[in-house]
Design a protein around this ligand. Sequence first.
Ligand code: C2O
Ligand code: CU
Length: 472
Amino acid sequence: MRLRTGLALPFGVLLACSPGLGCRPASPAERLAREIAGAYPERAAPTGVVRTFDIEAREAELPLVDGGKLRVWAYNGQVPGPELRIRLGETLRVRFTNRLPQPTTIHWHGVRVPNGMDGVPSVTQPPVEPGATFVYEFTPKDAGTFWFHPHVRSSEQVERGLYGVLIVEDRAPAPYARDVVWVLDDWLLDETRQIFGAFNTPHDLMHDGRWGNFVTVNGRRDTALAVRGGERIRLRLLNASNARIYAPDFGALEPQVIAVDGLYLARPIPLGRFELAPGNRLDLDITLPSAPASRSIPVVDTFYGNMPNHLADVVIDGAAAGPPPRFPSPAHARVPSWSAGLSIPPTKEFHLDARRGGSYGIEWTINGQAFAGHEHHAPPMLTMDRGGWVRLRFINDSYRLHPIHLHGMFFRLLARNGAPVDEPFFRDTVLMHSKETIDIGLVPLDAGKWMMHCHILEHAEAGMMTLFEVRG
Ligand code: C2O
Ligand code: CU
């Protein structure tokens, strides 16, 4: 652990002290590192309760999209997969069996797990071969909305239907009338209304990955959330698409954002326009009107404002018993601003681009390197010290979209194209637009080898992945 003991002196000078070396004034990066204290727990606090789930990945035929029989790959025969709900402090044990015709793994997106449970093939575990089993076991450190999906050939396996939500409830959950999950996905179906069987096509690779022709919420195009007027609900959104970005618009409902990528905000903020990229989660606190102008409120995606997509409906049926309950939205004790971090030079820069070559004809690269899937033993592109503050700069040299995702740690977005951005929350995934440069700040707290990749799964599959190592 390299977080040094800090001493706050009267006039605000911080000292960095290390055994045998004495004390000196803390450097700017050391001061920023200390701001992580209290932002989220450094380690898990297991209560001793173990929650065991059996999960099997196998082929299935399900009435998805419009009710037709869709041949998919599914966890426990369901798409979305089973909703795993545990309480903070409980240990999750998943006995996983692979009944697919391919090797696979489960990655716990956004969960700060011990490195060996991260589900990255040949890096944190061998791939789970067809017929084989693997036990995932860990105690989440954070309450929130997380998800799980394969990390082997994910552009095919996630697209075929392998994903599920993991909800870690607070020790004492806030008294929402309902706590509901909406998993957003899109499907590219062929003329027989089955999953289009060509993956990682040159078209997908040259553009923003595979965008489907049917958008679903919880697997259906007719999802309607039945609520009562005056109720206060918690709605958790997950984008499980390979590539499609959503900007959910709730019309007159005016949701408040209480969590992004699992973690609570310092205080709720109005939804406004939020670009929900693949991998992102958004937890909303919505109070339904008691006398709505209309009983059915459509929720649409306005990412491309000129062609909104209908996602689902909120249907208000009857009035609630009393006035909306008053309780504070759950919030997070501390979210460091790290605005001073922009005056420190970036620790490292990453250039994102494409070139001809590789097994798909096009490769997506990070600093000129394409991760070929068998380079797990290559040296990590970045080595960080546990507990140290770093600023990373990502430069999109391409015209395409790249939702950048880091395993094993949360970060704050500091700037877009050099202009400071003040998002009062952490993320594990951030969307980069065409030719954009972003800066992020973070303090890694868990040792191990963690992936950094684009969550447009076709881009990742074609090379836009690399490893970061956290020492300590
Ligand atoms: Cu959902 Cu490597 O990520
Ligand atoms: Cu990308």
